[in-house]
Design a binder for this molecule. Sequence first.
Ligand code: FCB
Length: 473
Amino acid sequence: MSNPASPPAVDVLDERPGLTFPPGFLWGAATAAYQIEGAAAVDGRTPSIWDTFSHTEGRVVAGHTGDVACDHYHRLGDDVALMAELGLKSYRFSVSWPRVQPGGTGAANPQGLDFYRRLVDELLANGIEPWLTLYHWDLPQPLEDAGGWPARDTAARFADYTTLLADALGDRVRYWTTLNEPWCSAFLGYGSGVHAPGRTNGADAVRAGHHLMLGHGLSVQALRAARPTAEVGVTVNLYPVDPASDTPADRDAARRIDGLANRFFLDPLLRGSYPEDLVADLRTVTDFGHVRDGDLATISTPLDLVGVNYYSRHVVAAPTEGVATDSAPSCWPGSEDVRFVTRGVPVTDMGWEIDAPGLAETLRRVHDYTDLPLYVTENGSAFVDSVVDGQVDDVDRLAYFDAHLRAAHEAINDGVPLRGYFAWSLMDNFEWAWGYTKRFGMIHVDYDSQVRTPKSSAKWYASVIRRNGLAAQ
Ligand code: FCB
């Protein structure tokens, strides 16, 4: 025991304590089909909106595409072996819809299903819980040609695809996520157009958001019907939204962006209604005539869990008087002129402000909506990595994970039923409109040779998993 009279030998205030997570905490890593699989035209796969988009000049940095990506389709065994070395308890992956149901309608493609069966079996053989996301943005192109997510029928197609997957893999996959980040699909895909399919119409974006959620609800019902014991959830990307100052105008700007970014999805999914202020904010964009009786009941079909993707915080301010609204297509329909403010805090290579306390805040907020178990289904950072003597010492990424896990632990201490955490990402991959220029992986990928090199963050994460927590520092 230390002598209370003697001064501390070091500045204890700067030390970070060790932290232990609850028993059974599900430590994982996440990827998505189009970002890693490659094999774009192999074994019967047909184009998705991301194939079309990435092959359209000017859409993706440097003309990068997911044609080859990390060639995971052909390297499944080696990649699962790397996961096992990390000691992952779970692996969150997504299924490429046009690989298993080319064109998005009709019969399954047996070769496509076989790939996912092999993946799941390999995971199970290594004691890794498969966590399957049904839709991580790769809508079959013919469904986009028929109207895409702004068209109501796409929701029904998604339910059919769900049944096909539940029948094929439901005997061995316990955890199912319907959608990944519907905000991005709707508002980046159909609003600003920076994501596939690259359309730019605010009303279409709002319709897309609704039909994505309708598809989610129908998908949950399809899963329940086919596999009553499945654990089913949805993954939303959430941000705390702060006003840049305490003025009523800035506070109103924050309310508007919070409505579009967060409550547009949380309220229908978890409360069965759209927020009134959001509907009012959008009145110049849409009259919500696309919402039919019964939709919100379907959308709020009870879930088993909620997945939260967290990366950063938004700080916003009211439009500057006298300055005309930027006429570029916006992912904030009806609130295009709200200004996004930077605070001068450290940012990642995406330019996203690093804000670990925001993760705890976000988890507490979702818990205010629901008592369901929560999972962080994505959290991570892009940094410029350099390979030196075969090593990648990604101290910034490691520090990002460490800080966010401390915030996650704080949320657990506050009573949030957080049951697991998935690092984004297992390995470097195709970062959508940024192509291969942004690296989020714990495992470095050399895209010429396809050599994988675990970075320092991967080794550190393996130790976190082993001790079920963080060492004192
Ligand atoms: C999320 C996506 C994921 C990845 C990370 C960085 O929005 O779900 O695919 O691109 O951002």
